[in-house]
Design a binder for this molecule. Structure first.
Ligand code: UD1
Length: 421
């Protein structure tokens, strides 16, 4: 098992280039199953989750060429099976995103039930509600789900999502593109990754309107062509580096960003007293020589404050003057980092979905566990501020979602090394 050893080496300083977004590239890769033609995806981050999705696509018969690591060429001329492989599915929850495309193209999909981050119950009822509305017959066993379209294939319908789930919106959108007639997804998720997927599908010949709003209209087409597309920059990685500059009281220029995608993070950092400016070549974050103060955070679906930045932001809030409240409304159990931050001296208390963060903490490095991807990032940030050494285990979570993590931090002057045990 590998570990990260992190030490406080003072303020971070310099430039960092953000990678393509993990949460955008995974659905794009799933969408390649919809066409028999070649799809080229550029700015693909080199991540564990991406390689699991590559294996997944190959298990369905995809030919993949990724000699140039940033570019991925996928061609799925024929689908060789519509059964998901449990060994792959259990490695990553997002693998469930292949269900919509398989059902749409082949009229059937069978998936063992997903694994992934341990952040509370992560049900799939809304995905299935969508498939059923499109006319599929869905069978749920204890350990699998099977969906079958009728003899005429899927049929367009109106679907209201009880919660604007990102994954359900993506899965239903992909199922509906080859359905007969028109589909409306209401109370749809509005995340930038949904817009990126809709753009990708439209370039393939789909007819999707309204992505990025709460109502998405999809007029079914009979087939999709190949596509060339560049993945949007990762807004969560962007936020993580903004917070790295803030927690170390440093000065960092963050390149390859979409400012609109990180508005709530920028607003909250400014409330704390951090300078954030949009320059021609990126986002400049300056937290040097000033007193930073507390703020309250409430996570929400986009365009609200992203749940994926809740734990890194909480790590930062432990270091500012005054106490803050952090409310998690998207996931039911996303405070596992609290225990680990408390082991470092943060003294955070939780009550149901609210964390009370006292601030002014003298964090001290110790042995901690990365319980999930973003919790891992939060602990690295805390380690960059803490006295003494922080030793973070279970870092495979971090490697699932952050490209060249150690390398990027070291370039900014952080003392961080990966050790194999
Ligand atoms: C995606 C992101 C993840 C992010 C999350 C919320 C990817 C690969 N992952 O996850 O990083 O934290 O969006 O921004 O893009 N829910 C249901 N029924 C369903 C589906 C979801 O009740 O059928 C609930 C979940 O339990 C959760 C909430 O909806 O409480 C949000 O989940 P969802 O938006 O679906 O997140 P993911 O797509 O899994």
């Amino acid at each position: 098992m590998s570990k990260l050893i992190v030490q406080n080496n003072g303020p971070l300083y310099g430039e960092v280039i953000i990678s393509g977004a993990k949460n955008a590239v995974l659905p794009l890769m799933a969408a390649t199953l919809l066409s028999s033609k070649t799809c080229l995806i550029d700015d693909v981050p080199d991540l564990k989750d991406v390689s699991v999705m590559k294996d997944m696509l190959m298990s369905f018969g995809a030919e993949i060429n990724s000699d140039n690591k940033e570019e991925l060429e996928v061609k799925v001329e024929n689908i060789s099976t519509t059964n998901g492989d449990y060994e792959l599915v259990k490695k990553m929850r997002a693998s469930f995103l292949v269900m919509g495309p398989l059902l749409s193209r082949c009229g059937r999909a069978y998936m063992p039930l997903p694994g992934g981050c341990a952040i509370g119950k992560r049900p799939i009822d809304l995905h299935l509600k969508g498939f059923k509305a499109l006319g599929a017959e869905v069978t749920e066993g204890d350990f699998f789900v099977e969906a079958k379209a009728g003899p005429g294939g899927l049929i367009g319908a109106s679907i209201y999502l009880d919660f604007p789930s990102v994954g359900a919106t993506e899965n239903i959108m992909m199922a509906a593109v080859l359905a007969k007639g028109t589909t409306y997804i209401e109370n749809a998720a509005e995340e930038p990754e949904i817009v990126d997927l809709a753009n990708f599908l439209n370039k393939m010949g789909a007819r999707i309107k309204g992505a990025g709003t709460d109502t998405i209209k999809i007029e079914g087409v009979t087939e999709l062509r190949g596509v060339t597309h560049t993945v949007i920059p990762d807004r969560i990685e962007t936020g993580t580096f903004m917070l790295a500059a803030a927690i170390t009281r440093g000065e960092v220029l963050i390149k390859n960003i979409v400012p609109d995608h990180v508005k709530p993070i920028v607003a909250k950092l400014k409330e704390c007293g951090v300078t954030v400016e949009l320059l021609d070549d990126g986002m400049y974050v300056d937290a040097r020589d000033r007193v930073l103060t507390a703020t309250n955070i409430k996570t929400l679906p986009y365009p609200g404050f992203p749940t994926d930045i809740q734990s890194p932001f909480m790590a930062f809030l432990t270091t500012v003057k005054g106490s803050s409240e952090v409310m998690e409304t998207v996931f039911e159990n996303r405070f596992m980092h609290v225990n680990e931050l408390n082991r470092m001296g943060a003294n955070i208390k939780t009550e149901d979905r609210i964390a009370f963060v006292p601030g002014d903490s003298e964090l001290e490095g110790t042995q901690v566990v990365a319980t999930d991807l973003r919790a891992g990032a939060a602990l690295v940030l805390a380690g960059l501020f803490a006295k003494e050494t922080t030793e973070i285990s279970q870092i495979y979570h971090i490697e699932r979602g952050y490209e060249k993590f150690v390398e990027k931090f070291r370039k900014l002057g952080a003392t961080i090394i990966k050790v194999e045990e």
